[in-house]
Design a protein around this ligand. Structure first.
Ligand code: NAD
Ligand code: DAU
Length: 334
């Protein structure tokens, strides 16, 4: 089995590559990543010389790059590559349109042209928008609330249209909020842990009562592997963590795990258009593919805090470099 993984130098993609190399030793993986601000080859340092792995530096939105690579011959594509941060999409949506929509289109065209047997589009619960009560199923309407989620919903629709029109063997996964090693420290959990270790307070948007469903990244990666191997083409699979928490609950848990006082946080201006709650019904993937999350929330949060404590040079380098300029621009008024 030879797989093209895109965006494999990011958070979830790097965890997925590591999981595949461990769990499917005979497979060959090529990681196509253009290394944006959050693409980081340090995330793959321990496996960069693995005989089943190769890095290809390039952009999914560049047709020549994708065409040249796919002409080598691949069995499957797993598309993680994306602009992934909601706050950045509020500041400037253009890169989201280019990578998340145009990049997906180019990969779909390539999948079609080169007879790829399975194309997995890694999507998000955010495409359904916010829900007051209950949970979205795969049949729920799309109602994205941010430029980021609108770009991901567009990509999902394109992928389904390629299945409908060309029978391109597309499968879509929609997962809730991930946490774990190698998450870029602009997202709530790594930002909070690293701030506290640096002696800084945690910024909480609005009243802190927005709800997210949290899943340990390895559980998400296992679900993607199940979908890659056994998912039915033309289908969508929701992936949930079954751990819905308010942002304040997350912050309190982290402060407790870090042994700090609960007042090491402060409220800041809310995110414009902030989705209140995400929640997914994941009965379909459990029933049809036999997948279920295996990590307990409290245990996995503990493991995550330990990882960021033990790997502080990883996030300190990021926070002190190019990232810090962005960080200042985003947070100087808060
Ligand atoms: P990330 O931002 O950490 O990583 C994205 C990766 O894509 C980076 O390595 C980046 O360099 C690469 N990339 C960006 N534009 C590219 C381009 N044009 N060509 C090639 N590579 C490019 O993101 P993540 O959190 O690991 O998310 C991965 C995927 O999972 C995304 O599609 C995201 O929408 C989806 N997702 C994320 C979560 C979450 O909680 N993080 C939850 C559900 C779904
Ligand atoms: O739901 C899946 C999505 O989860 C993925 O599709 C996105 O790629 C990923 O970034 C994530 O989106 P969120 O916006 O939910 O994640 P983020 O970590 O940015 O924020 C989580 C919650 O915490 C959200 O309600 C906003 C809030 N927040 C965030 C930051 C960065 C704060 O209160 N303070 C912060 O400093």
């Amino acid at each position: 089995m030879k797989i093209l993984v895109t965006g494999g130098a990011g958070f979830i993609g790097s965890n997925f590559i590591r999981l595949i190399l461990n769990r499917r030793p005979g497979w060959d993986l090529v990681n196509l990543d253009c290394l944006t601000y959050c693409g980081n080859l340090e995330n793959l340092k321990d496996i960069e010389k693995h005989k089943g792995y190769r890095f290809a530096h390039g952009d999914i939105a560049d047709r020549v790059t994708v065409d040249t690579l796919l002409s080598e011959g691949f069995d499957a594509i797993v598309n993680f590559a994306a602009e992934s941060h909601v706050d950045r999409s509020i500041l400037d949506a253009s890169p989201f349109i280019r990578t998340n929509i145009e990049g997906t289109l180019i990969l779909l065209e390539g999948a079609q042209k080169y007879g790829i047997k399975k194309y997995v589009q890694v999507s998000t619960d955010e495409v359904y928008g916010s829900i007051e009560n209950g949970s979205f199923t795969e049949l729920s309407n799309l109602a994205p609330g941010s430029p980021y989620s609108a770009s991901k919903a567009s990509a999902d629709l394109l992928a389904l249209a390629y299945w409908n029109t060309h029978k391109t063997p597309v499968v879509i996964t929609r997962c809730t909020n991930n946490y774990g090693p190698y998450q870029f420290p602009e997202k709530l959990i790594p930002l909070a842990i690293s701030n506290v270790i640096e002696g800084k307070s945690i910024p909480v948007y609005g009243d802190g009562l927005n709800v997210r469903d949290w899943i340990y990244v390895e559980d998400h990666c296992n679900a993607i592997l199940s979908v890659l191997e056994n998912g039915k083409v033309g289908e969508i699979y929701n992936i949930a963590g079954s751990s819905e928490k308010t942002n304040l609950e997350i912050v309190h848990t982290l402060l407790e795990l870090l042994g700090k006082k609960q007042d090491m946080m402060h409220f800041v201006a809310d995110r414009p258009g902030h989705d209140w709650r995400y929640s997914l019904d994941d009965k379909k993937i459990r029933r049809e593919l036999g997948w279920a999350p295996s990590y307990d929330f409290n245990r996995a949060m503990e493991m995550t805090v330990d990882w960021y404590k033990q790997n502080d040079s990883w996030w300190r380098r990021i926070k002190s470099g190019e990232y810090s300029k962005y960080y200042e621009r985003m947070y100087h008024h808060r």
